[in-house]
Design a protein around this ligand. Sequence first.
Ligand code: GLA
Length: 734
Amino acid sequence: MGNMRICATLALVLGSAATLTGQAIQFSESQKVWLLTTKYNSYAMGVDSNGALQNLYWGAPLWRITDVQPATAKRDISSFDPHQMIDNEEFAGWGGPRFYEAALKVARANGDRDLVLKYVSHQIRGNELNITLKDIRDEIEATLHYRLYPENGVLQRSATIRNKTAAPITVESAQSATWYLPPGQGYQLNYLTGRWAAETQMNREPIHEGAKILESRKGNTSHNFNPWFSIDRGEGGGGGEEEGGVWFGSLAWSGNWRITIEQTPYRQVRVTGGFNTFDFSYPLKPGETLDTPEFYAGYSSAGAGGASRLMHKFEREQILPGGASARVRPVLYNSWEATTFAVDEPGQIALAEKAAKLGVELFVIDDGWFGKRNNDHAGLGDWFVNKQKFPNGLTNLIGRVNQLGMDFGLWVEPEMVNRDSDLYRAHPDWVMNFPGRPRSELRNQLVLNLARTEVKDYLFSVLDKLASENNSKYFKWDMNRAFSEPGWPELAPADQRKLWVAYTRNLYDLIDKLRQKHPKLEIESCSGGGGRIDLGILRRVDEVWASDNTEALDRLRIQEGFTQAHAPKIMSAWVTDVPNMNRRSTPLQFRFLVAMQGALGIGANLNHWSEEDFTTADKLVKFYKTIRNTVQTGSLYRLQSPRGHDVSSVEYVAPDGKQAVLLAYRHSQQYSTPAPQIYWRGLNAAAVYTVASLDGKVLNASPELSGASLMNQGLSLRLTGDYDSTAVVLQKKE
Ligand code: GLA
């Protein structure tokens, strides 16, 4: 191995074929090259003769560090095309003739804004690599953190910016990472957009010269874009659901974020992400540091499906609380759509009794239980039980819920106040504001400045009390508006914009402290549906509310987009009443099978259900419990998209391969189109499976079929008319 320093030995499986014993992180001293390799991909960087850190490779696994072309210093093409523009700098400072999206931009107190970062040193510890870059003159440093997850195929990057000079500086842009696609053209970008009740809609478009920005300026992750991207080589390059190379990434930040996808005139495709530069200004006194959010990325050679399966497993094993050993999500009941603010003890007990009979395991009381909360005009901030609605406090209700064998959960929206609340009357200065300017209300509420320590401490005391006094195992943690007038008048003007970062850090800290003190407490992240879903909040919550839109047909597309970026396990999905949004009515089974794509919940008004509804629901909840382990912890194959097709279907294969589950939906049949043929995926061709249908809609199939037949001949399903649906379960025979 010559000059190579060997670190962290582990067995790597390259693709599905070759196995070799290698190192997750290799370094060649003579070539100044690092090669980072997981089971599914490799990533390489090197230092050129000018001392600049250059990206060298990102794609399918490499195993010989000597195969990586070392970084070379390039020449200027012209006075308009300097080499700095052609280089693939791993983390570029804004300085010299660099005109693209820099990873770091600073201003010194004397107005000097030139920053040119060069390699200084590095350290390798196990699967972690730190590379320190420094300005060519000043003691302004960026330490790039790399952490490799060899089994998951994911590389984590972030940076620490350190002001080691004797004077203050202001950080004007701090990105977590820049990623480079292999040189080429014809790339396609996939990303998720949306709005309230229409989250995670899929978009796909060619990457052309210029920059595309995905971002949030709203203070939370936002419904509008999810901080996730994937890039493939397009149809011609094999970019499909199950084939072709896919480069993907996900940013862990629940505040203002930005991901910029650029194709330069030099045919580089680069993706830079981190704190949004919008209204960003972060002063660092001598000795102070700023940490950027983690940016996770990977490469899969198995198409969009392969990429999302890597992310799902990674989220479950490395991001979510409890990791791989976290329990499967319970079946939940929530009465929000049924009762809205009209909650009281007898009403909730009546619903709880009905829910328990259906096999519900977690009963959550939503908005309306506290303060003067009879509608959305009052009460937010007053986190004490409304005695008109619950004269006995919550004790009786919780006791009854527990007696019925269910855990109890509580809705909270800690970051907000209504003007009409005791909290606002006592602390009008606690909301973010610019003095003398209007305080814009959205849903009649204002945002507390959680960046302030006293606000965070107060919220901790309130939530700690709620978690301690009630046998509450679960908070549905909501956040129902975006920021406005983000002023922090208590600070010096130059420091006030720290709010954007400090708010999110304090939110994380608040949840972390709460979970530390109450280790059994579980949390659902909700922000008017899917406004706060990203890998930062997911480190701290057990599930998320994907959308306030529970209309089953709309949900199919919301959920399809969701699973591009996030694991089905955390996707809370309820069965609710019809007609629902769009004034659409779908059959109860259709609604159930749509909600079974994730963590099943029920949000219907059970007081209005017929005997027949209960019989159907009882059967379907029981059915879900037989497949949920596979749905929540297995591998997802999106067999047919709800976009552009009248039939859509998804399949899940259990981690041990013993069970596979198909959920299939007919949306709205036209022209008497024939029965859909379903080609299973991810089965063992040589194995034999028993085929069990939920409701006899599998046509002409023997009760036992080989994996080869199921994947290649497929199964025909009798799905007709509007909103027909079925489920099929395979069990592998020993
Ligand atoms: C938000 C949530 C809903 C519900 C309401 C309560 O809109 O997304 O699920 O909790 O708030 O006000």
